[in-house]
Design a protein around this ligand. Structure first.
Ligand SMILES: [Fe+2]
Ligand SMILES: [Fe+2]
Length: 135
């Protein structure tokens, strides 16, 4: 099992967003902990829900700011958010139905789900967010 440690490379230097990303990493690590220590299915379901619900709130924050700052990449970014949530909900459903167990493969999926999006997509809006929030 791998934890996601916060690293400067994930920082967008936008405090509100960085704080939310850090919190998502914490929730992911909590889920990892639960998997590592063999927590009950119910507890793992709760931890997974908490991570996904928190991500939904985070995406809404980003989308609100993108619209506020007239970000040109808004439509594409929102579509990717919607796809990520759909994938996570599918995973959540299968786990609840007992069709999958939370394994190393799932944690790799979630690690990529969290970190690749920040490094690929969120980095693109960061300069705009920084200039808008400092002006
Ligand atoms: Fe983000
Ligand atoms: Fe995003």
């Amino acid at each position: 099992m791998t934890y996601i440690d916060w690293d400067e490379k994930y920082s967008l230097h936008v405090k509100e967003i960085d704080d939310q990303h850090k919190n998502m990493f914490l929730l992911f690590n909590k889920l990892q902990d639960g998997m590592r220590t063999g927590k009950s299915k119910e507890e793992l379901e709760n931890a997974l829900s908490e991570l996904i619900d928190n991500t939904v709130i985070h995406f809404a924050t980003e989308e609100k700011l993108m619209q506020q700052f007239s970000y040109v990449g808004f439509v594409e970014h929102k579509r990717i958010h919607d796809d990520l949530i759909a994938d996570a909900r599918e995973l959540q459903k299968r786990f609840s139905q007992g069709r999958i167990t939370l394994t190393e493969k799932v944690s790799v999926f979630l690690t990529d789900w969290l970190t690749d999006h920040i490094l690929d997509m969120d980095k693109k809006y960061a300069p705009l967010f920084r200039s808008e929030s400092s002006s």
